[in-house]
Design a protein around this ligand. Structure first.
Ligand code: ADP
Length: 545
């Protein structure tokens, strides 16, 4: 017997319709590239998204076509999220921090029909346009007054396109399984791969990520996504904010500590999300100016392991708890969030902190398991580590235009190595390619890095497994000192005894001025390895065991 309830498709346009009807005067605030702050409401955003849909249809964009974006977090980018996906085309967000050749490759692989770009990326577009013949129109996301004088074929002005259209548009009742957005992985090995999200997966992700034990979003929140809209849809916040009716604040291109602080204070931001490096620069700003954030209640950190020292500094010095979350492009991205359970409430500060440094537990909709090399499931004891596999309503099934199935028995292998404890908390110990294999044992590079970064003179650290004649690999620690501090190799190594087993202690420390970072702000171990290719273990290296 069938249930007898309505079946409304889970489609993205319904989010903005809801936000207009029930939160129509709630603000969306953006720092613009033209200079100054732009303010409007969900009702305005909806009207302009409809104008955009009319304009794109007039340009010949059809259901299923890709519309690329090279843009910061801002209101026009938000309009593209809805104005494109709303009528069945696909919003394809591209990471502008990649090399121009990679950007061009991605545009061609996606087969973008139109590409919309922020002014910052005019010269990038100029350089790739001759190599992207499939793009029919290039749209500068600005008004006539600020149009760039650039050598770009079929260049159009975003504001002129919108001004010429009506704000009447009836969003079609799309199949909820149809594609809504496309985002490429950063391709640290080989070419990037496209992940094609559906309307349904995006909607379920928005519901689940808003829950109290996930990001805990509500109509009383002011959300500032620092995580870029070109990186896994800013962790879904442009969808979950209208779902709950929260005010949105977009930082544009100004992601330094001072600019963020100003926006946090002026707009009274309550919730924000970003990678560890962003919170590090905000911390430095707060310390330097001996100031505090007056309205922030929750800050999420993800994308890379957050050094416990950073969490501690925010909590002890500024009373702000940074919450760990984990995910990946293939997971829309949310996999886990670190929120305590009832049984943890009586724990003392130290025990709570030990839980807080883990990546967290999955919301309903995501399932996790760890397995050994033969695919056998490993115990959830908080100690045994293994390859982390996931499945769920917003996890990828196959890559865009690729036939090979990436799944193992219906589970997606994340490439992360992790432990799971009895409460369901997951802790990443490494990327599988970064794990240090020494004499048959696995050493966690993240653990070694966290210990180094707890030293007051260390700004950043990375641990690498370097080939060793006897032990296969041994850990080498690469350290960036704080500008005004001195520290020796011996002082750093003195941090380790008692914190890790003896065989895990790095064999040597190398000091460098700066660590290489990827386009998504993570330390690039591939580049770091290249940089250190001439490194050899010192002759007199102490025996590792
Ligand atoms: P890529 O960097 O390849 O584009 P993503 O941006 O999707 O991939 O990042 C996914 C990876 O980032 C995860 O598999 C994991 O290794 C790492 N990561 C994400 N969040 C965290 C976290 N909170 N702690 C540790 N690692 C994380």
């Amino acid at each position: 017997m069938q249930g007898q309830m309505m079946k409304l498709p889970l489609i993205i346009s319904s989010l903005l319709e809801h936000a207009e009807r029930y939160h129509g005067d709630t603000e969306i605030v953006s720092r613009t590239l033209e200079g100054g702050i732009h303010r409007y409401t969900y009702a305005d955003a909806h009207a302009r998204s409809k104008r955009l849909a009319n304009a794109l249809c007039r340009l010949g964009v059809r259901n299923g076509d890709r519309v690329g974006t090279l843009a910061w977090n801002g209101y026009r980018h938000m309009e593209l999220y809805y104005g494109v996906s709303g009528f069945g085309a696909i919003t394809h967000t591209i990471n502008p921090r990649l090399f121009p050749e990679q950007v061009g490759w991605i545009v061609n692989d996606a087969d973008d029909y139109v590409l919309c770009f922020d002014l910052t990326f005019t010269s990038l577009v100029e350089s790739i346009a001759p190599h992207c013949p499939g793009v029919k129109y290039w749209v500068a996301m600005t008004d006539r007054q600020h149009m760039p004088a650039a050598n770009i074929p079929n260049l159009l002005c975003y504001e002129e396109l919108l001004a010429a259209e009506s704000a009447e548009f009836i969003w079609p009742r799309l199949d909820e399984d149809s594609a809504a957005t496309l985002c490429y992985t950063s391709g640290t090995t080989g070419n990037p791969k496209g992940v094609l999200y559906s309307h349904r997966s995006t909607m379920l992700h928005a519901f689940a990520s808003s829950l109290p034990d996930a990001l805990c979003l509500s109509a009383r929140d002011v959300i500032l996504p620092v995580v870029p809209m070109f990186h896994v849809n800013a962790w879904g916040l442009p969808y979950s904010a209208p779902l709950v009716g929260a005010k949105l604040v977009f930082p544009g291109a100004a992601l330094d500590g001072e600019s963020l602080f100003e926006l946090f204070e002026n707009e009274q931001v309550t919730f924000s999300a970003g990678v560890p490096t962003v919170w590090l620069s905000l911390l430095q700003h707060l310390r330097k100016n001996a100031t505090r954030l007056s309205s922030v209640q929750r800050m999420i950190v993800g994308g890379a392991a957050c050094p416990p020292a950073l969490m501690q500094a925010f909590h002890q010095e500024f009373g702000i708890r940074i919450q760990h979350a984990w995910g990946m492009t293939e997971m829309s991205p949310l996999g886990t969030v670190n929120t305590l359970k009832q049984s943890h409430l009586d724990l003392d500060e130290e025990a709570r902190f030990a839980i807080g440094v883990k990546q967290g537990r999955p919301p309903f909709g995501i399932d996790l398991k760890i397995v050994d090399d033969d695919g056998n499931e490993l115990p959830r004891d908080g100690k045994t580590s293994g390859a982390l596999l996931v499945r769920g309503h917003w996890v990828l099934d196959s890559y865009y235009r690729k036939d090979a199935c990436p799944l193992l028995d219906g589970w997606f292998p994340t490439g992360d190595v992790a432990t799971l404890d009895a409460d369901g908390f997951m802790q990443i110990t490494d990327r599988s390619k970064d794990v240090i294999k020494s004499g048959g044992e696995w050493i966690s590079s993240i653990e070694l890095e966290n210990i180094a970064m707890s030293h007051a003179a260390v700004a950043e650290a990375a641990a690498l497994g370097i080939a060793h004649p006897k032990w296969d690999e041994r850990p080498l620690l690469v350290v960036v000192k704080k500008t005004d501090r001195e520290v020796s190799r011996e002082e750093i190594l003195a941090e380790y005894p008692g914190k890790v087993a003896r065989f895990c202690i790095p064999d040597d420390v190398v000091f460098i001025d700066e660590l290489p970072h990827t386009a998504t702000g993570k330390v690039s171990k591939v580049q770091l390895r290249e940089q250190l290719s001439a490194y050899r273990w010192p002759e007199a290296a102490p025996s590792p065991r």
